[in-house]
Design a protein around this ligand. Structure first.
Ligand SMILES: [Ca+2]
Ligand SMILES: [Ca+2]
Length: 369
């Protein structure tokens, strides 16, 4: 479905005086807000001064010349009857309205630009004119993006509590205004789809919450900056096996004093798993207060050792549990420990003792520093 686009503007009201005058062959009126020159015969400034070089008449057809100076006469026809007076002197005349109802109409001029508006109907706003408080200029139609041609969902069974990577192919937009994608998920083959991602990326890591879900379908569509949507690209049905992530280990234990260059013993409390499929633990270490982490252990034990290099300033450790479905617990993190960097002095390189000590005499034993 096409979307119709307009530019939206403020507008201003302009008074248009309905005195007309003859310029060569034609009769013209003028706007009171600007000085204008018509041909070479008449010029009008913003005070309504008309250079007099020919016949001037009202819109109703009354000539104005020296014979009506200071006189009054009625405008007739279907207009409100009113009086005008022409003061003529020198080579100009001034048209003056005496009854408080200047014989003027209103014109409208397009004002400052506000923005664009859209509609699915071509008749919501005027093509070029006023509706309500604004002036609209029709700019044509815009088109939605193409739908992503593919959506990729991991094959086989999906476990709840375990992240799954969903990705999709890029869309294109005839207007060049593609903005992003919306990814939606439907659980158990019924009910509405729920949006789980909106943005410009083309992949998303989803985790189905633990529960009683049995199947999942993903679908994605593209949108542009005007709010137009593509159709959906819908993925296959995947079966879901309910799984709960293990509990986070209740504690992690590291020595009170950690010495640089020595092995550090780390242990943690065992996790539990509601599905009885706990598979092991991952332990990570950080030297910069948790800004970055590196893995130092993965396995089923509840303790490990780690050598902290001499010269390390601080160290912290964390552990999480995982199960056979790949679901992971939260992290249990140690305090940030200051490392003690102190080594025993080296042994003296040599020691010398006399080769043939004599009994009863004192010995001289020396060593090098
Ligand atoms: Ca578009
Ligand atoms: Ca589990």
């Amino acid at each position: 479905m096409a979307t119709y686009v307009w530019e939206k503007y403020n507008y201003t009201q302009v008074e248009s005086w309905s005195v007309i005058f003859q310029d060569d062959e034609s009769w013209k009126s003028y706007d009171s807000d600007s000085s204008e020159t018509f041909g070479s015969t008449y010029s009008i400034n913003s005070d309504g001064i008309i250079s007099l070089a020919g016949t001037i008449r009202t819109l109703d057809g009354y000539d104005i010349d020296e014979s009506v100076v200071g006189q009054y006469f009625d405008c007739v026809g279907d207009r409100i009857s009113r009086v005008i007076r022409a003061d003529i002197g020198g080579n100009y005349c001034r048209i003056k309205y005496e009854d408080g109802y200047p014989d003027m109409s209103y014109d409208y001029k397009k004002g400052s630009y506000i923005g664009t508006v859209t509609s699915t109907s071509s008749t919501t706003y005027p093509k070029n004119g006023i509706s309500g408080d604004y002036w609209y200029v029709y700019k044509g139609t815009v088109s939605p993006p193409s739908a992503p041609s593919t959506i990729t969902v991991p094959g086989g069974t999906i476990y709840s509590s375990t992240p799954v990577d969903i990705s999709w192919s890029a869309s294109t937009d005839p207007d060049g205004d593609l903005s992003g994608y919306e990814l939606e998920r439907q659980l158990d083959g019924s009910g509405s789809f729920t949006q789980i991602y909106r943005g410009s990326a083309r992949s998303y890591q989803d985790t189905i919450p633990a529960g009683t879900h049995t199947s999942v379908i993903y679908r994605v569509r593209a949108y542009d900056s005007k709010g137009n949507y593509s159709s959906y690209c819908t993925g296959p049905v995947r079966f879901v096996i309910n799984n709960t992530a293990p509990t986070t280990p209740g504690s992690i234990t590291v020595p009170d004093t950690i010495r640089g260059g020595t092995d550090v013993a780390i242990s943690w409390a065992a996790a539990t798993d509601a599905d009885d499929n706990l598979d092991g633990y991952i332990v990570e270490r950080s030297y910069n207060g948790g800004t970055s982490w590196s893995q130092i252990y993965q396995g089923r034990a509840t303790s490990t050792t780690s050598t902290v290099p001499f010269g390390t300033a601080t160290v912290m450790f964390r552990v999480q549990a995982y199960d056979t479905a790949g679901a992971k617990s939260g992290w249990r993190t140690s305090a940030n420990k200051t490392v003690v960097n102190n080594r025993a002095p080296a042994a003296p390189p040599s020691i010398s003792v006399p080769l043939s000590p004599a009994g009863g005499e004192s010995l001289s034993v020396t060593w090098t520093a």
